[in-house]
Structures are given as C-alpha cells and as structure tokens.
Design a protein around this ligand. Structure first.
Ligand code: COA
Length: 332
C-alpha cells in the first residue's frame, strides 16, 4: 500500500536519554504498601528510571535529539521543525521545543510542544510524515520526553508504581520512494474520558464529583481500571484496523511497537490477534510507563539492535490521557 503524494519518508536516526537513577520494585516496597510480586504480575514492571534534580524534560529531550541527529547524519540547522511530545515540561511558555532548538543550534526551525500524553510521539510522527510527504518540510525531529515521576504522589501506590522518566527522539527525512514511511495512520481522541487521568494544579481544575479525591493537588490522579478496559479494546481495534486497511497479514509485520503502559494490556492484544510474541517489543520491565517517551525508546532500542530491516513494515500503536489513541503503519 502506498500513501498519497509523490514521495515518502524515512527515519534517518533515533536516540534516547535516560536518567541515571533506577528505582526498583524493592525500593517502592520501602515507601508504600506494595510488593514486587504484585507489581510484576499486574503490570510487568520491575524497574523505572527517575530524574535527578538536574534532569529535566529540556535536558533529556536535548540529549536524545543530539544522538538522533548524530546517527541521522543531519545537522541541527538543517531541521525544518522540532516537535516535542510531552505533558511534563518545565514551562508552558516558551515551548520546550524552543529551548531545545537553541541548545542544539536549529536556527529558525518551527518549534512547538504537543500534549497528547502517551500518544504524543505517534501524533508527532504522523504529522511529520504528512508534512514531509506533501512537500512542506524536508527534515523533522520528533522528541517524546517525560519526567512524570515529578508529577506523582510517591505515597499513592496506584500511580507511583507505573511511571518512569526518559526521552526518545527520531529524525525523519524525505525519501524519493513514496512506498517508504507512513503508509497508514490514525489519530483519535475522546474528550469525554479526560477525567480518567488528569493533573489538577488548583481547585478549579478538579472535575465535579472528584472533590473528595484523597490525592493532593499537583499530583496525577488516575482511574486505572477504566483506562485499562479502554486500552485493551483500543489496542486490539487499532492493530486490526491497521492490518485491514493495508491488507497486511499478521505475519507480514516485522515488529509491533505498542506504548508500554502495562504488559497485560499488550499481552491481551497478542492473544486476541494471535500476534507472534517475538515480534511484539516489550521493555516495560526496565522503564515502566514513560508516556510520550515510550515508543521512541522502543524504536531506538530496536534500531540499535539491528532489528528493524528495510522493506518490512512495522506497526506502532499508542493510547494515553485525554483520552487519545493513534496508530501508524511504517515501511522502513
Ligand atoms: N500494590 C499492591 N496492591 C495494590 C496496588 C499496589 N501498587 N495498587 C492497587 N492495589 C490493590 C487495590 O487496592 C485493590 O485492592 P482491593 O481488591 O483490596 O480493593 C487491588 O489491588 C486491585 O486493584 P485494581 O485497581 O483493580 O488493580 P488492577 O488489576 O486494575 O491494576 C493498574 C491496577 C493501575 C496496574 C491497572 O488498572 C492499569 O494498568 N491500568 C491502566 C493504567 C495506565 O495504563 N495508565 C496510563 C495511561 S497511558
């Protein structure tokens, strides 16, 4: 299947940056009433990275982008656009993308942040592909980066066990072959479900009915069960739709890259759609849920390991707060 327009796109390079500190489940056992066994069974998570005082969305995003540029052989001043997918940036104004642009020397590239939570990187990748395909840009950098551990109440065991910090980046460039790059994409949202995961800063942010929520203002509030049910359904639908719309068979896909939210959510899609488990990438055990950074970290690890071959499609799917969800069938 070929996407519209006369040219395609290519991921020229990827990179990732993780804070040095690793918090294991055993460390969490010392803070809240939980156990390694419960966390592993319910989520698949064994450890996550946590930002130190000096680590920021800006610094992690910058470092991931510098690696991606280096691997891509692209100079920062050749970029036309920098998209930073994040919901945990230090400042809303200016965008984190603007500060990263200055730090890497990207000159007059367009810069903006994209708040689609865990779907943010895929939203950005889909936008970048479309901009390049239709000739409005030649080289676009997409960075997915979060320090969600700063937004978490470490005494709230339902949320603190899940999230980790990190950054991943990709540099996407034009390719003369229109069969390359994104050949199918979807981006969706359902604002009626925003209350399932939100970050209230003051009283007026709190939705009616949730005033008695024991989690303090300034921390993430999550209704895990509701998100779980939504995610299981959407993951399966998004992958099935991607296969149907491209005419691909399950075995034609070399890698399924799912947002790393919960291993059980990924496994339910594997079982239902009979995906070959060895082609479904999982690294949640080492990183937890890094939200917008999760998919680009997976991509970077796969490219680094030489596990993404040219000419064989990959399918990427994500869901997140908002709620949002997105998919992409990519021909490397
Ligand atoms: N350690 C031990 N027990 C815990 C616990 C923890 N960290 N967190 C919750 N529990 C307890 C609950 O209190 C509950 O106890 P009870 O039965 O005595 O009331 C029991 O475990 C089951 O809780 P429940 O919330 O139903 O667990 P779950 O199987 O749904 O797992 C999540 C909880 C959060 C792991 C799961 O719902 C999930 O992953 N949801 C999706 C979250 C997500 O992806 N968020 C990000 C969106 S991108």
């Amino acid at each position: 299947m070929t996407a519209p327009f006369g040219r395609g796109t290519r991921i020229a390079g990827t990179g990732r940056a993780l804070p040095a500190e690793v918090v294991t489940n055993a460390d969490l056992e010392k803070i809240v009433d939980t156990s390694d066994e419960w966390i592993v069974q319910r989520t698949g998570i064994r450890a996550r990275h946590r930002a130190a005082e000096a680590d920021t969305v800006f610094s992690l995003g910058r470092d991931a982008l510098l690696k991606a540029l280096d691997r891509a052989g692209v100079r920062a001043d050749q970029l036309d656009m920098i998209i930073v997918a994040t919901v945990s940036g230090e400042m809303l104004c200016p965008s984190t993308a603007a500060r990263i642009s200055e730090a890497v020397g990207a000159g007059e590239a367009a810069v903006f942040d994209l708040a689609a939570a865990c779907s943010g990187f895929l939203y950005g990748l889909n936008l970048a592909d479309t901009m390049i395909r239709c000739g409005r840009a030649e080289r676009v950098a997409i960075i997915g980066v979060e320090v969600l551990t700063r937004l978490v109440d470490w005494n709230d065991r339902t949320v603190s066990i899940i999230f980790g910090d990190g950054a991943g980046a990709a540099v996407v460039v034009a390719d003369p072959d229109p069969r390359k790059g994104c050949v199918h994409q979807t981006m969706h949202g359902d604002g009626r479900m925003w209350r399932t995961l939100y970050h209230p800063k003051c009283d007026r942010d709190v939705p009616a009915g949730d005033e008695a929520n024991p989690i303090r203002l300034g921390h993430l509030r999550m209704h895990g069960r509701e998100i779980y049910k939504f995610a299981v359904t959407r993951f399966q639908e998004a992958i099935q739709d991607a296969l149907d719309r491209t005419g691909l068979k399950v075995g034609d896909v070399q890698q399924y890259i799912c947002h790393q939210s919960n291993q059980r959510i990924i496994e339910s899609a594997v079982e239902k759609l009979k995906l070959p488990p060895e082609r479904v990438y999982v690294n949640i055990d080492r990183y937890g849920n890094t939200s917008a950074a999760s998919i680009p970290i997976c991509l970077d690890e796969l490219y680094e390991a030489g596990r993404i071959e040219a000419g064989k499609p990959i399918i990427l799917v994500a869901f997140g707060a908002g709620v949002t969800w997105a998919s992409c069938v990519w021909n490397p």
